[in-house]
Design a protein around this ligand. Structure first.
Ligand SMILES: N[C@@H](CCC(=O)N[C@@H](CS)C(=O)NCC(=O)O)C(=O)O
Length: 221
């Protein structure tokens, strides 16, 4: 089966990327990671827009069929090898995890988008700094709420196996740096994410995407 993941370094496509890498490591089932350079506009070419009219990663292609949206992509990947626990198998635990991933995807992730790409939300150039600052403060509150989850991790957020939820949480904390949030101010979340990043599968994806875990740059004095 040909499985191709269109991804951009450090983007939310990191989440399914980790799942496919985990499957490859555990079962030998290969996939093809396809780099999309967002800064070069490769997500706005006619070919890309034919796959995803929203012009966004991730896009998964399976035997020529196309799937978009992280939650759906992760659901499909997890179902390929349920025993790996990329999503819980127990129906209630799985629904709870999908509930958290849906909240991240429809609430936290768009909050960050207001910080990172305020131009997508207002054509008023002067308003953009305000949109960014307002969203950054909300984003911090949301990361604090997520930090509240990690004390219950046994050892991972969904239990025995590292899962898509952990990968999404890592991505969100990384993005925090771009919102001016120093991970040192969220120490429990920072330590959790650092431990997750050491998992061999996760480390492989971080290496392939060539990303730094800590993106925070202190303001020059
Ligand atoms: N709801 C979408 C969100 C995807 C998304 O926001 N992708 C971002 C990267 S994290 C992207 O491709 N941004 C480029 C753009 O919107 O121009 C999903 O779940 O796949």
């Amino acid at each position: 089966m040909t499985v191709r993941l269109h991804y951009a370094p450090g983007a939310c496509s990191f989440v399914p990327h980790v799942g496919l890498e985990r499957i490859a490591a555990a079962t030998g089932e290969a996939f093809e990671p396809v780099l999309v350079r967002l800064h070069k506009g490769e997500h706005r070419t006619p070919e890309f827009l034919a796959m995803n009219p929203d012009g966004q990663v991730p896009v998964l292609q399976v035997e020529g069929r196309t799937l978009t949206q992280i939650v759906a992509i992760c659901d499909w990947i997890a179902g390929r090898h349920p025993q790996l626990g990329l999503l819980p198998v127990d129906p209630w635990a799985r629904a709870q995890t999908l509930s958290l991933m849906a909240w991240i995807n429809n609430t936290v992730h768009p909050t960050f988008a207001h910080v990172f790409m305020p131009e997508k939300f207002t054509d008023d150039v002067e308003a953009r700094a305000k949109v960014r600052a307002f969203a950054a403060a909300r984003y911090r509150e949301q990361l604090e709420r997520i930090q509240g989850w990690v004390g219950c991790a046994q050892p991972w957020l969904t239990g025995e196996h590292p899962s898509f939820l952990d990968a999404y949480v890592l991505t969100l904390l990384r993005w925090g740096g771009y919102a001016g949030i120093d991970p040192a101010t969220l120490p429990a979340l920072r330590d959790y994410v650092a431990r997750f990043a050491q998992h061999p599968t996760v480390a492989s994806v971080i290496a392939r995407e060539r990303i730094e875990l800590n993106t925070f740059k202190p303001a020059a004095a």
